[in-house]
Every structure is written in C-alpha cells, then in structure tokens.
Ligand binder design. Structure first.
Ligand code: GAL
Length: 805
C-alpha cells in the first residue's frame, strides 16, 4: 500500500546555489528554516525591483527513510517549483524539472538506504529562462520563485496505481456508465485483481466492479467500466455533486489504492451557446492570477480556496479562467466543490519560442491535462499561448495532443488577433473593443474572419482599457463599474457569443513594462487583497437574490466629490427589484433598474437621478409635479444646474411664475433637490424592495466622522497540524460613524501577532483607501492566535484558534 507523507515543514533554505559540500552532509548550518509553500523572497507591496526574486536558491531537508521502504519505490512529488530545479539525494543528482506550474516526481529509490536518513537538496533557479514557457519575452505578471507548492514523499510497491482517468460517455442517460482507466505500473507481467468503487461523498457505495487483468511490465491503462448506474446526481452550478472513485489493485500480496473525485455532467460549446447538462448557460466570469501580496505564489490551501469562494459566491461568476497557467490544485478543488466552471490554460504570454520551447509547452499542457483530467469544473482546455500569433504546426499539435488525451473536453486558445486560424473547438478571443463608447464586443465574424458561425467565447475585456485603483476618484470607479456592467450585459445578450470572461478578478504585481509604474496592474474588480472595488459589485449584484441580497450605492456620498458638485446622480448596484430613497427622513422617490441600457442583465444598475423630496411643499398640479420632476432629472443627469441653458432656466422660472412662488425659496428647493452645494448635510436611507417587501436597507450620509478601525478574519479556526501550515486573511477597515469604509483614509497601522501564529508580510502598512488585508499563518502548534491592529487613534483585535484536526 502506498504511503504518502506530506513533507512541508522544516526545510532549510539559502538564497544561493547548492555546492558540493551541501549536497552530501546533513548539516543545515547557514540555512534558514522554512515551511512550504515558500517564496524565495518576500516582496514589498509595490515599487520593488522584479529582479529581486530572480536568482538561484537552495532548499535542503534530511528525511528518514523507514525500514519498510526496503524493496519499495521511494519518490518525491513536487506540486510546483518556480522556475526550474535540480534535485539531489545523498549527493546524487536524481532529477531535474523545468516549468513552474505543473507537478513532477523524482525517484529516490536508487539513492536511499531504508532505515537511514537521506539528504535532499533542491536547487531552484527562479530566473526567467528564455527556453522555458512563459519566458522569452516580457510577460504581464510576475512568476516569483521557490518551492511554492507542497511536496510529498511517497513510498510504494513497484506494482502501483499511478492515477485514474475517469469519464462518463453519456452523463444524461437515465442509466449511466462510468469508465475508469486505472493506470498501473508493474515490474513484471502479473495477474492483478482490480476493483473500482463508486462512492457518494458521504462514503455510501453506489457501485463496485472487480476484474482480473493481466498487467504488463511498465505503465499502462486498464479500463474498468461500471454500468447500469441509476439515480446518479448530476454536477451542476447550483448542485456541484461530487462522487468519489476508489480503485484498489491486489496481486501477489501487494495492495495499492488510488482515489479521485468525479462529477457527472455534460458540458458542450455549440453555435447556440454553452450547454451544461443540456441547459444553456451564459458564461460570465473573470480571469484570475494566482499571486498574492508579499508572498507571490506561495499561499497554502485555505486562501487558494477562498479565491474560488470570492469569485463564485461574492462576485457571482459562473466561470473563471486560470490566466495564464495551471493553478493551485486547492483552488481547483474548490471550483469543483462550488460549481465554478474553469477554462484552464497552458503557461505562456504572447511569446512563442523555438522548438525546445514549444516542446516544453506541449509537455506543460500534457502535465496539466494529466493532473486535472477528472475535474468536473474544467470545461475547456486552453491550448494556445495566451495572445500569441498563429503558428499552424504548433497549434495543430497542441490541439491534437489535447484531443487525444482528453476526447471528453473541447479545446480553446486565447488570441487577440482577429481572423486568427481556428484550429480549436471554441474560438476564444480577447475583445478589448469597449472603451466606454457604445461598442462593446465585435461581431463574431469580424473576430473570426470565418464565413460561418462557430462557438465563440470572449476571454478578456476591460483590464488595461481602464485601470482603476480601489481608492480612485468616485467618477473613475463608477465608470469602471459601468464598463464591467456593459461587458456582462453584452455577454449575456449576444447570441453569437457564449459569454464573457473579463480582465480580471484581482489586481496583481507585474513587470515594469505594464501597470501603473508601481509594479501593479490595477485591473482587478477587487484589489490585490481581494477587497472589492465598485466594479466588484457589478458582478455581485447579478447574484440570484435567493443567495443573498446585494445593495451597494457606488458613491462616496459627498456632494463635493463629483465634478461640478451635487452628489447626484449616483448608482446603486443591487439585486432588488427597485429601491426607495429617503432624504433626512422624507420620502424622495422609488428608482428602478436601467433596463433600457442594460436589457440583458438580471439586475441592471439603478440610477438615483435626483434628491427631490416627494413632497417639496410646492402646490403643483399632478401634471406639473411630473413635468417638474422630469425636467429636474434631465438637468441633473445631463451636467447639473451649472450646465443649464437659458431656455431651461426660463422653463424653470415658468413654474415659479405660474404658482407665484417666492423666487429665492423656489431656487433654494431646486438647488437642494440637485444636491445642494453648501446646504445641510444629507442622510439617505436606501431601501431595496422585492415585490412588496423591503429586503435590505443601506444608509449613506454626508455626516461623516472617523469612528475607528475594525479587524475581521475570514476564518476564526485554523488547522495547526495539516499537511502544511494553514493561513487566513484578516481585513482591516477604517470606518466612519455608519461603519462604512472611509475611502480616502490612508491611516497607518501596526499589526502584532501573539501566540501560535505569524504574520505573512510586513507588520506596518497604511490602510490604503480605508481597507487593507493581511494574512496570518499557523506555526504548527495548537493555541490561540491573537491579532492586534493598532491604528493612530484606535485599535482592533481579532482572535483565531489554531486547533488539531
Ligand atoms: C491582455 C493579456 C492579459 C493582461 C491584459 C491586461 O492582453 O492577455 O494577461 O495583460 O491584457 O488588460
């Protein structure tokens, strides 16, 4: 039976090359003790030199090889090492690997003695190597360095199951069939009993199939078919039902098992749309980079999973693209569990290298498919280097290889050039047409250049077209949100495209040639700490209200922030049917979704177009009341009072004349209804209504003063003795008297972590734009982790408990 030991704690680390002496002796003097995932260099938040992490480093670990390893295979499994590495065991070079995004294994069998300790040394080259994808050009993201994913030691018999390849040919049939190819390695020809069990998530057995196979020497796949499966629940967006498959082989006293998860679902892209289980689903999503502030790619399981939760549950997306490489298995596990669809792609960015480079790209793609074949969330393999030029032979090959390895999934490949050669099943392209004007996406055939329709998915839009910081001026943040609403609307409304995945979920650190000069691309709908910008609510508000109400006024609620002053109009992003607004206790109006401009959105934005009390104390006739309101809304939404033309002023005065109103008083009311520069501060209560009930309220006020800081952890319980350390995010908010973030605060805070936890990054930083997060990790011991955040005027505390599992 295979024995798998996580090997993530207590590695020695040195930011220099391996040398002869360190390869053999177990002495770790001069090495810092680190845990995996590990980044070779903790970076600043911004303005760092990206060369800082591009160097060769050395990791070292002494491992005890148990006596039971006698006559067995001893293998090290690496989930991801950036960029390339060499592995030595007791002084012998036992393996090398190139490419930082895919797992690999190294056999130690010949180099170890069971019952003795072995010295493992891994030399990691984190420089950008032009012969390894994505390098060769300049990429718009950073790749960081180190052993940034987990490592395992595996002790196994020579007869072993390598992996399972699971598929279901007709997932929608009442009686289903499950095909499980059991990939077995054997040292000699032998008869092996193979059992495959299909289990529910709770362990209940659904079906079992056992057969005797004659296994050949070497590695091959042996198909096992479970037929006549009834009452199988499908995997879907709202019901992501996962089954477990356990394969066991037995022969000559040796037993080995292998497990995987699987979801029964049919996923097809057609000219009529994308269909999941025969239901048309419009794809709406975001691209994700797997980087985090300070530690780059080196984040353990929980925060990786949290990203999927944010994208699916907070941002209400149904698809994510793993731009531009295979991402953490933990992130993908969560996608499987949450029902978040995935387009996963091979590593690369615009540049295609020479033959060796291309061969490496094909290997990376194969490794990606091998690793993620069984995941129901993955509906499309990206088999082109993101935004590269056409290369017939190369892409004919990637398509051929992907299709041969996985006939169950279609291929795509992201390009930005129009009329690019279509070798895939789905034409996936980046459409950055939208620049704020009327045009959002090009017609399909203009992009494809084909004379017929093909399944087409937009894989990027926005991004560099409108970089926006979370703490930018209100007008920019609002336009950013509107641009995202426009692309979602277009994606949902267009019959010639199956959906749109925008750029991007989270801001990210990048090379100097991109971004805002501080090594950050502010392209996210959330910032780098995963805190939403207004554009985040463009997605969140599309959420089905059964999953929670959303009501977010995207305004700083101050009449001086808008150009020209006024405070209106502003938008409310909500999944309610309509809103009612009250100003200083008086009813203003009900406002409705803008279905005209956003006809295809489930929940268009609602514009609050005036702040006139319903009862302004003007004795207008019902018709004049309507006419006056319409006129004022027109004025407010088209430049404000300041932009009124003489004939408009005349029209306004005609009301005063007809009703013999004192001019000063009338003008005062008009100004107040348009915001009222210098007038009394407003407090607005916004109610979100659905049919006849008020479901959610939100108060915004101009009467603001700082109330202090708050600190909130995503998780209050962490596991201290898992496969590696655990971590969670803590978010600090500088809030006002209504408990709202103060968007223009940059207060400095200092973080103190006591007990069984440690900070992952600096302990002093500004609360940029009123909100910032940091991550805290476990130390390996159970106990309380007390986190104190000291601000300039106040402090906040937050307690986390590290428990044993
Ligand atoms: C695309 C590219 C992305 C990112 C984006 C910025 O061209 O594929 O990786 O750079 O632009 O908007």
């Amino acid at each position: 039976m295979k024995e798998i030991r996580p090997l993530n704690f207590n590695w020695g680390y040195r930011p220099s090359c391996a040398d002869e002496q360190c390869l053999r002796d177990g002495n770790c003097d001069g090495f810092e003790v680190v845990d995996l995932p590990h980044t070779n260099k903790v970076l600043a938040y911004n303005y760092f030199d990206e060369k800082e992490y591009q160097f060769v480093s050395c990791y070292k670990k002494n491992i005890d090889i148990p006596v039971q390893a006698q006559n067995k295979e001893v293998v090290l499994l690496f989930e991801g090492v950036m960029v390339s590495c060499k592995v030595w065991c007791n002084g012998s070079l036992v393996g090398e690997h190139r490419g930082g995004y895919t797992p690999f294994s190294v056999s130690l069998t010949q180099a170890v003695t069971p019952g003795e300790s072995a010295v493992i040394v891994v030399e990691v080259d984190s420089t950008e190597q032009p012969d390894v994808p994505p390098f060769g050009g300049v990429v718009d993201y950073l790749t960081y360095g180190g052993i940034y994913r987990e490592v395992q030691l595996c002790i196994t018999d020579s007869l072993q199951i390598q992996r399972l390849w699971v598929s279901c040919p007709a997932p929608l049939a009442a009686e289903k069939e499950l095909l499980c190819d059991v990939e077995i390695t054997a040292a000699h020809v032998q008869e092996v009993a193979v059992q495959v069990q299909l289990l529910c998530a709770n362990g209940d057995e659904v079906a079992t199939q056992t057969m005797l196979v004659c296994v050949q020497e070497g590695t091959a796949r042996y198909p096992v078919c479970l037929k006549g499966l009834q009452n199988i629940a499908l995997w879907g967006l709202d019901t992501p039902v996962l089954y477990h498959i356990v394969a066991t082989i037995t022969s000559e006293g040796v037993v080995d098992t292998c497990e995987t998860r699987f979801g029964f679902r049919k996923a097809v892209f057609t000219n009529d749309g994308f269909f999941l289980n025969d239901e048309c689903v419009k794809l709406v999503g975001l691209n994700r980079h797997q980087s985090y502030p300070y530690v780059g790619y080196a984040m353990p399981e929980r925060p990786q999973r949290k990203d999927a939760i944010i994208i699916k549950e907070e941002l209400a997306c149904n698809i994510v693209r793993t731009s531009h490489y295979p991402q953490s298995k933990h992130f993908l596990d969560a996608c499987d569990e949450l029902g978040l669809l995935v387009m996963e792609e091979l590593p690369g960015w615009q540049h295609i290298g020479g033959e060796a480079w291309k061969n490496q790209a094909v290997i990376d793609m194969q490794d990606m498919i091998v690793r993620d074949f069984n995941r129901p969330s993955i509906i499309l393999w990206g088999v082109r280097i993101n935004e590269s030029q056409d290369d017939h032979d190369f892409y004919a090959k990637t398509n051929e290889v992907a299709r041969a390895m996985d006939p169950t999934r279609q291929t795509g490949g992201t390009r930005y050039i129009q009329r690019s050669e279509f070798l895939e099943d789905v034409y996936t392209y980046n459409d950055f047409t939208h620049n704020g004007g009327a045009c959002v996406f090009r017609p399909q055939q203009e992009s494809t250049g084909l004379d017929h329709f093909v399944p087409t998915l937009v894989t990027e839009s926005n991004g560099h077209m409108y970089p926006t910081k979370r703490f930018d001026q209100e007008a920019r943040s609002v336009e950013h949100a509107l641009r995202h609403l426009r692309v979602i609307n277009e994606a949902m409304g267009r019959e010639d495209i199956v959906g749109g995945i925008s750029w991007c979920a989270f801001d990210y650190n990048t090379h100097a040639s991109f971004g805002s000069g501080d090594k950050i691309c502010y392209h996210g709908v959330c910032d780098m700490f995963r805190n939403p910008k207004y554009a985040g609510y463009s997605y969140a508000a599309q959420r089905d209200c059964a999953k929670g109400w959303v009501l977010e006024p995207i305004t700083v609620a101050s009449r001086g922030e808008q150009d020209g002053g006024g405070g209106v109009p502003f938008y409310v992003l909500t999944n309610c049917d309509y809103i009612k607004v009250y100003k200083n206790g008086a009813f203003v109006d009900a406002f409705y979704p803008d279905k005209k401009s956003f006809a295809h959105l489930p929940h268009p934005p609602i514009q609050v177009s005036h702040l006139m009390e319903d009862d302004m104390g003007l004795a207008f006739s019902p018709e004049d009341k309507i006419a006056f309101k319409e006129f004022m809304v027109g004025v407010i939404t088209q430049g404000g009072l300041i932009a009124m033309k003489p004939e408009q002023i005349g029209y306004l005065m005609s009301f005063a004349q007809r009703y013999e109103l004192p001019i000063k008083e009338f003008i005062g009311k008009v100004i107040r209804s348009a915001g009222g520069w210098g007038e009394q501060e407003n407090e607005l209560v916004i109610e979100g209504w659905c049919e006849d009930s008020c479901c959610i309220t939100h108060t915004i006020s101009e009467k603001k003063f700082a109330a202090g800081i708050t600190a909130e952890a995503d998780d209050t319980v962490l596991i201290c003795n898992g496969d590696t350390y655990d971590a969670t995010r803590i978010t600090v908010r500088a809030v006002d008297n209504l408990n709202h973030i103060m968007p223009f605060t940059h207060e400095c805070v200092e973080v103190v972590v006591d007990g069984e936890g440690a900070l992952m990054g600096p302990n002093k930083f500004p609360v940029c734009g009123g909100v910032i997060s940091f991550w805290v990790r476990t130390t390996g011991k159970a106990g309380v982790i007390n986190v104190t955040v000291n601000g300039m005027q106040s402090s906040a505390v937050c307690a986390i408990t590290a428990v044993e599992k």
